[in-house]
Design a protein around this ligand. Structure first.
Ligand code: DOR
Ligand code: ZN
Length: 438
């Protein structure tokens, strides 16, 4: 079976950029033809004949006016299975991811049971295989039960298919344990994804500390809750030489610390989520629990610092921290509501807004949503001959209104319901199979 993606602007940062046709056979990329040089030179002619020679057996996907990219990867997703299937299942999470334009996601380990042993890792992979859509890369826990006391068995977890380790949702408070985790993970070339939070300093805070929290009578979380932990982990990264990836960066001080660490050559990478570059603490107004997450939405100044960090390469990755919760956990008092929002089905559109506003280029966006997560995770997803055809096609011009009720995700906890947006994924292909088409 041959598939031809014709006429799109192919953007694969560091590899390709131009109007090209991509031919796929048996799930793999077999030809990439530059339309501008079509007709010129022997090779282009051969390729043309090859496609035409197969005649009607070719499925043609028209990508004129669209952007064709290596499959987008969301390296921070809570799929909630096993244990919290009323919020999301691996299958519904994969459906939400595909409809958001992703060909792969990393699943975070704060499930029940926790993904802290190879059986849980294998279970997740089995369920993802049965869903038969996108690729799921399990992230295993740093410590048993996410308790920050005893390290998990990274050798077993890696063999079972874990791609990284993280206690996401919980910080590793004990610096000695974090050092050991970094050293142990380094031996298996597993990145350590750190949820940076000084839990004692956070106390009972539920939103960003500042005038808005004071006015609303809510306990605040100062920026230092995050940046103290970021700075400690950078120190441990430099001590051990192990690969550290900082999850969900939300503050000016964290961006500055990561920028300086990178200048010194520390093997640190970082991600932020669309809500941190789109929203501020003002969204919490009216006690909107769909604006409650950890870390919290910050000030305007922080939002601008996050955008600057994305623009100058300090922040490598845009990941959603897709954190589905049911209405019984969100439609309650702000103090008691669960932390987290869904993100898979709005991420591409919110990120494209940065491009529309001239803050980053489309190439940089694709780097942050595909190339960089792939590099950090050790995956080769580039558009090269012989590689599996994992491809996302984006229409940058479609305008639409977000309707949470039409989400594929089981949960509806988004602050973006009813927002007008422009640009979204219209086709997602994994291994040459179209798994989502709009
Ligand atoms: O907002 C959040 N939700 N932050 C976390 O760290 C965990 C996540 C969740 O699992 O719901
Ligand atoms: Zn998370």
């Amino acid at each position: 079976m041959l598939t031809l993606i014709r006429g799109g602007r192919v953007v694969d940062p560091g590899n390709l950029d131009g109007m090209m046709d991509i031919l796929i056979e048996d799930g793999r990329i077999v030809e990439i033809k530059d339309r501008e040089s079509e007709g010129r030179g022997q090779r282009a002619e051969d390729r043309g004949q090859r496609t035409e020679g197969r005649g009607s057996g070719v499925k043609v996907i028209d990508a004129f006016g669209k952007i064709v990219t290596p499959g987008l990867i969301d390296m921070h997703v809570h799929l909630r299975e096993p244990g919290h299937e009323y919020k999301e299942t691996i299958k519904t999470g994969c459906m939400a991811a595909a409809s958001g334009g992703f060909t792969a996601v990393c699943s975070m380990p704060n499930t029940n049971p926790v993904n802290d042993n190879s059986q849980v890792t294998e279970y997740i992979l089995k369920k993802a295989g049965a869903a038969d859509m996108i690729r799921v890369y399990p992230v295993a826990a740093i410590s048993k039960g996410l308790k920050g006391k005893d390290l998990c068995e990274y050798a077993d977890l890696k063999e079972a298919g874990a791609i990284a380790v993280s206690d996401d949702g919980h910080p590793v408070a004990d610096s000695r344990l974090m050092r050991r985790a970094l050293e142990y993970a380094k031996g298996f070339n597993l990145p350590v994804i750190s949820h940076c939070e000084d839990i004692d300093l956070a106390e009972c805070g539920v939103m960003n500390e500042g005038a808005v929290a004071t006015r609303m009578g809510l306990a605040g979380i100062p920026n230092a809750v995050e940046s103290i932990a970021v700075m400690r982990d950078i120190a441990l990264c430099e001590l051990t030489g192990a690969r550290l990836h900082i999850a969900h960066v939300s503050t000016t001080e964290s961006v500055r610390a990561i920028r300086n660490a990178k200048k010194r050559g520390a093997p640190v990478t970082a991600e932020t989520a669309p809500h941190y570059f789109t929203l501020t603490e003002d969204t919490v107004d009216k006690y909107n629990t769909n604006a409650k997450m950890n870390p919290p939405l910050r000030s305007r100044q922080d939002r601008d610092a996050i955008i600057e960090g994305l623009a100058d390469g300090t922040i490598d990755v845009i990941a959603t921290d897709h954190a589905p919760h049911s209405s019984i956990e969100k439609e309650i008092e702000f103090d008691l509501a669960a932390n987290g929002i869904t993100g898979l089905e709005t991420s591409v559109s919110l990120s494209l807004k940065l491009v529309e506003n001239g803050l980053i280029t489309i190439t940089s966006l694709i780097e942050k949503m595909s190339t960089n997560p792939a590099r950090i995770l050790g995956i080769d997803n580039s558009l090269k001959l012989g590689n599996p055809a994992d491809i996302t096609i984006i229409d940058p011009d479609i305008s639409f209104t977000v309707d949470a009720n039409s989400f594929r995700s089981l949960s509806r906890n988004t602050p973006f319901d009813g927002w007008s947006m422009k640009g979204k994924a219209v086709l997602v292909m994994v291994n040459g199979q179209v798994i989502f088409e709009r």
